[in-house]
Design a protein around this ligand. Structure first.
Ligand code: ZN
Ligand code: ZN
Length: 121
């Protein structure tokens, strides 16, 4: 049960190292602002494990039960953040990530779409 906080502290450590590195290199310009960051993430509360039969068209959806940033499985009540590419992470994890990189850790899709392909209805 304590592995969660351990993994998270490891994540924070590596993020802090990355931040320190980028500060030294003077290349923090790729990070998103807090405002655009929140626009990129669609938050939701994780309620239960996905029912396999409910998603017949989505193969490989087993990855959706855990966060690919901290490698922890989601727990009921966790706040999740979904990117435009439909990949989900803990909202705290993806916020930390997007402060460093403006792309999805899994598919490298831009977290902040430059041009909307279709106008909202
Ligand atoms: Zn996570
Ligand atoms: Zn993605």
């Amino acid at each position: 049960m304590s592995s969660c906080s351990l993994a998270y502290s490891i994540l924070l450590l590596s993020l802090q190292e990355l931040l320190a590195l980028e500060e030294r290199m003077g290349s923090v310009s790729t990070a998103l602002t807090e405002e655009s960051l929140s626009k990129c993430i669609k938050t939701s509360i994780y309620e239960s494990a996905p029912i396999k039969d409910a998603t017949p068209s989505c193969s490989g959806s087993h990855d959706d039960v855990k966060c690919s940033i901290c490698q922890e499985e989601y727990a009921v009540g966790d706040e999740l953040g979904r990117l435009h590419c439909q990949h989900r992470y803990h909202v705290v994890c993806v916020q930390q990530w997007l402060r460093l990189k403006n792309w999805c850790p899994i598919c490298k899709a831009a977290a902040e779409p430059s041009l909307p392909s279709s106008p909202p209805s």
